[in-house]
Design a binder for this molecule. Structure first.
Ligand code: GRG
Length: 291
């Protein structure tokens, strides 16, 4: 199997699980429609793919990791819905489609995000394939990454930083919290599903730390240099909101070098493991992505 087909196969597993899960939710109607609108709207599924592949690298079965992978994607989707709201980034376009609140209204969009967030933890606590101690580990891992010491902290620091001059370290802190922690959690959830507590878990976390930063810097580059049609969201939003990024501080060329170096460092972190090839390829692919 080529890496591309493996990626597609993982993405299909995720799409199918999410669709089935949504179909099982009650009550049907506007809330679930609004959740499904954003959950099944063509995201790249990078985070859940990382969970499945980390689990495989640790000798586990991807099927065991699948509910954990999808729970994390549900939290990611909530964060995008809330991030697009008028009280935050006020965006009209996401993945080439009108944002959730533009279609369903602000109140329903807030509730769809809330429902995705809470339901994700229900999924983790109800995963029959995992022993209870692993369910608890998974809940802790995702809560720490998404909550007030993780993604939400990154979001508020990001908002507070708008219009201010920030140092390199301040930007790195914001981006690590906002983006990096969820990417690291994706890898850790894969380790938890495989019951891996040793060196492979540490190596995958280092891989995730480097990859997360590279991913965010590439996102900053695309926000400045990308095309709205390719990106599926408006370009130049950081500049418009007066947000300092690595690109505004160091320039796009220096950022491209940073992405290259971080991608090499991510690959080096998992170099001892013969099953590393897909994850190394994925890091390269993300460094070259256009959306
Ligand atoms: C509202 C609590 C709260 C947090 C919002 C995720 C986020 C934090 C903000 C979105 C804006 C942004 C550019 C964040 C950086 C992380 C990032 C690059 C998100 C987009 O992830 P992709 O590219 O999206 O994986 P897809 O659409 O493929 O799922």
């Amino acid at each position: 199997m080529t890496h591309e087909t493996q990626l597609q196969a993982d993405q299909v597993l995720v799409e199918e699980w999410l669709q089935k899960h949504l179909d099982s939710l009650w009550p049907f109607g506007k809330l679930v429609e609004s959740m499904g609108y954003s959950l099944l709207s063509g995201g790249k599924r990078i985070r859940p793919v990382l969970t499945l592949e980390a689990c495989r690298l640790c000798g586990g079965r991807a099927e065991t990791a699948l509910p954990l992978a999808c729970a994390l994607e549900m939290v990611h989707t909530y964060s995008l819905i809330h991030d697009d709201l008028p009280c935050m980034d006020d965006d009209d376009l996401r993945r080439g489609k009108p944002t959730n609140h533009r279609v369903f209204g602000q109140a329903t969009a807030v509730l769809a995000g809330d429902a995705l967030l809470t339901n994700a933890f229900e999924v983790l606590a109800k995963t029959p394939e995992l022993p209870p101690e692993c369910q608890i580990q998974a809940v802790r891992c995702l809560a720490e990454a998404a909550g007030p010491a993780g993604m939400v902290a990154g979001q508020i620091l990001d908002m507070d930083g708008a219009g201010r001059t920030l140092s390199f370290d301040q930007i790195r802190k914001i981006e690590t919290l906002k983006t990096g922690r969820m990417i690291m959690a994706a890898l850790e959830l894969g380790c938890i599903a495989a019951g891996e507590n040793g060196d492979r878990r540490l190596a995958l976390l280092t891989y995730g730390e480097k990859l997360g930063l590279a991913f965010q810097i590439q996102d900053d580059i695309l926000d400045q240099e990308g095309e709205t049609e390719e990106l599926g969201k408006p370009v130049g939003s950081d500049l418009k909101q007066g947000k300092a990024t690595f690109v505004s501080l160091a320039g796009a060329d220096a950022c491209r070098k940073m992405v290259e170096d971080l991608t090499d460092e991510a690959a080096a972190a998992i170099a001892p493991y013969k099953e590393r090839e897909f994850l190394c390829w994925l890091a390269e692919m993300l460094a070259e992505r256009r959306n």
